[in-house]
Write a protein of this length. Structure first.
Length: 193
């Protein structure tokens, strides 16, 4: 059997997390310490549906609606959210979560859910502040004219020809076949003189 001190320390952690998410309702600490599912479900519901509107929209977009469901259907959807969205394996089964008892594990489970939603909320909030397209005019590290790029191509083993690619895509230094034709042209022109 778990000691009362462990349950009390878990309740203190939960209380701190509830302050972070600004949980508006009264908390039934007596029911939480006994493992009453009706004490846990409102906290989970608030965390997933009300605390973070961007996250709630993400759930609805994924087809995971949590509002207006019975306790059993809510718990089924909760476990789908944990599995599919967070890739989290709960320490309790759905049946254990809906039974009386397992108070310390339930409290720890609720703390994990709140922490997961807090992390996702921060990610979504950060993404909404930072634009996806960067304005290069305001970026001091953006160069208006990119430097020429050198590329190397190996036509035969052991021989590599260096060619600089111009912006138009044409090669400034001739390819090996072109060099041979130019050399033969130069030899012919030298002989004629």
């Amino acid at each position: 059997m778990l000691s009362a001190g462990n349950v009390q320390s878990c309740l203190r952690k939960l209380e701190a997390l509830l302050r972070v998410i600004k949980y508006p309702s009264d908390v039934d600490y007596s029911g939480l310490s006994k493992g009453d599912p009706s004490s846990f479900l409102p906290i989970v519901s608030f965390t997933l549906t009300t605390f973070s509107p961007p996250f709630a929209e993400q759930l609805v977009a994924a087809g995971l609606e949590l509002s207006g469901k019975t306790d059993l259907r809510f718990t089924d959807t909760l476990y789908k959210v944990l599995r599919d969205i967070f890739h989290y394996k709960p320490i309790l089964t759905k049946e254990q979560f809906l039974q009386w008892g397992f108070s310390q594990r339930k409290i720890s489970f609720i703390c994990d859910i709140i922490n997961l939603v807090l992390q996702r909320h921060k990610q979504l909030h950060k993404a909404s502040k930072n634009p996806f397209v960067e304005d290069h005019r305001r970026n001091p590290f953006y160069f208006a004219y990119p430097a020429k790029r050198d590329t190397f191509s190996a036509d035969n083993e052991g021989s590599a020809y260096r060619s600089e690619i111009s912006p138009s895509g044409s090669s400034e230094i001739p390819a090996p076949d072109e060099e041979e034709s130019k050399e033969s042209f130069l030899n012919v022109s030298v002989m004629k003189k």
